[in-house]
Write a protein that binds this ligand. Structure first.
Ligand code: NAD
Length: 422
């Protein structure tokens, strides 16, 4: 059921609500628990005047949505993108609630966003905006309240500025307020790779179930940012051929395999994949329809639609991005038994799992090796995969609905047992 009387109304928030309802129906959830489990708990909207390098003052708008605080502090990334809306941030916060719950993390769900194209800012402007955003949301966050992390358009450096702003305000170094920091500032070894590493772990594991060998695997990845590029390297190192990559400027396809080192070097020199001489150039939409064993959307929401879902030519659709598949596309894919779908809340959970490890290390002031981090990560991913696939069989539902059933059930139970306040 649509939430009508809400400021979050938007297509992507509706998408998240529709997914929720499918799972809540299976759980036979009581109407009062259903509504408060679905609704975001609180949000802040901030307006941020920032001095630009040419002396002008520009006002930016930002959001932080805490969807659920019943199962622990909110946890979720901060997105810097020109098209960010409050409704999108609310949907992303909702997905964080289910993702943390599914992975068994002691967190609720949250997300932040700033309406800005970070590529259009100078380094100093980006620093001033990042610090100002932290300054504005500071009364609402903290290591026991809400712990942000990177998302699209933000990175380790942005997390470092935000952590520094928070710590200066508190008067002491307080790294547990944010994750995805540089290792020198309390970041965890393996956090940078974690989301892509997790996506690759699921791809390998599901392909093993399907008896597909690495040498026979081709992979197309939409979005060659943090998640996409780390997944690409992990799968390439496993023996797969990466035949397509893309960024916001378009896609590059090469059935013989893309030279990832050359792609990285090109991006380092030119910022984008535009004119990268490693394959045939095409639009992002065209790239998604090329034949491959594994298709990994790792950019933004809503790219797998009712239009292209019937045309996908992959065996495995592994959602690195959050919300890449529309509700209608989900229905079409459910009818296609030639495609296995690994849903976002499961597939990209490696990021928040290692963020949790980073937070634990910060709270304990005791740091782990990368092997320890990845060992623990893989064990948690295996546990989540097994429980999702078991739930899928039990309820004869899609893998996405099974993952959501598990994630939502724990949050709903916490709400029912705690009472009306949390
Ligand atoms: P990023 O900013 O590092 O990279 C995003 C990539 O997508 C870039 O290559 C960008 O050029 C490309 N892109 C942007 N707009 C595009 C468009 N319209 N079409 C095609 N490509 C486009 O971001 P990221 O951190 O890698 O996040 C990617 C996705 O993964 C998002 O959905 C994010 O929510 C999700 N995610 C990220 C993490 C994390 O740890 N960073 C964790 C879980 C999920």
């Amino acid at each position: 059921m649509a939430l009508t009387n809400t400021i979050y109304q938007s297509p992507v928030f509706q998408q998240a609500c529709n997914q929720f309802d499918l799972a809540a129906d299976i759980l036979g959830m009581d109407a009062s628990v259903r509504e408060r489990t679905k609704r975001p708990r609180r949000c802040v909207v901030v307006s941020m005047p920032v001095r630009m390098d040419d002396g002008r003052v520009e006002i930016f708008e930002g959001y932080r949505v805490q969807h659920n605080l019943s199962t622990g502090p909110a946890k979720g990334g901060i997105r810097f993108h020109q098209d960010v809306t409050l409704g999108e941030v609310a949907a992303l916060a909702m997905w964080m609630s289910w993702k943390c719950s599914l992975a068994g993390l002691p967190y609720g769900g949250g997300k932040g966003g700033v309406v800005v194209d970070p590529r259009k800012l100078s380094g100093t402007e980006l620093e001033r905006l990042s610090r100002r955003y932290m300054q504005e949301i500071l009364p609402f966050i903290g290591p026991n309240v809400d712990i942000p992390a990177p998302d699209v358009g933000t990175n380790e450096q942005v997390m470092a500025w935000m952590m520094d702003t928070y710590s200066n305000h508190k008067g002491h170094f307080d790294p547990g307020v944010i994750t995805g920091k540089p290792v020198a500032l309390g970041g965890s070894l393996g956090r940078r790779e974690a989301t892509g590493e997790g996506v690759a772990w699921f791809v390998k594991s599901y392909l093993q179930d399907l008896n597909v060998e690495p040498e026979k695997t081709t992979v197309i990845i939409q979005g060659f940012g943090n998640v996409g590029s780390e997944a690409a390297w992990a799968l390439y190192n496993w023996g797969a051929e990466i035949t397509g990559i893309s960024d916001y400027t378009g896609g590059v396809f090469n059935p013989k395999g893309i030279d990832l080192k050359a792609a990285n070097a090109w991006i380092a020199a030119h910022q984008t994949l535009q004119e990268f001489p490693g394959g045939e150039h095409m639009t992002n939409e065209e790239l998604l329809e090329q034949p491959c064993t594994v298709l990994i959307p790792a950019a933004l929401e809503g790219v797998i639609t009712e239009k292209n879902a019937p045309k996908l030519k992959c065996r495995l659709l592994a959602e690195g991005a959050n919300g890449p598949t529309s509700n209608k596309a989900d229905e079409i894919l459910a009818q296609r038994d030639d495609i296995e779908l690994v849903p976002d809340v499961l597939c990209n959970s490696g990021g928040v799992i290692v963020s949790y490890f980073e937070w634990l290390q910060n709270l304990q002031n005791y740091y782990w090796t990368k092997n320890e981090v990845f060992d623990k990560l893989h064990r948690m991913l295996a546990k989540a995969k097994a429980s999702v696939d078991e739930t899928m069989k039990k309820h004869k539902c899609s893998r996405r609905t099974a993952a959501l059933v598990l994630g939502i059930a724990r949050v709903a139970e916490a709400k029912a047992k705690r009472g009306l306040f949390p």
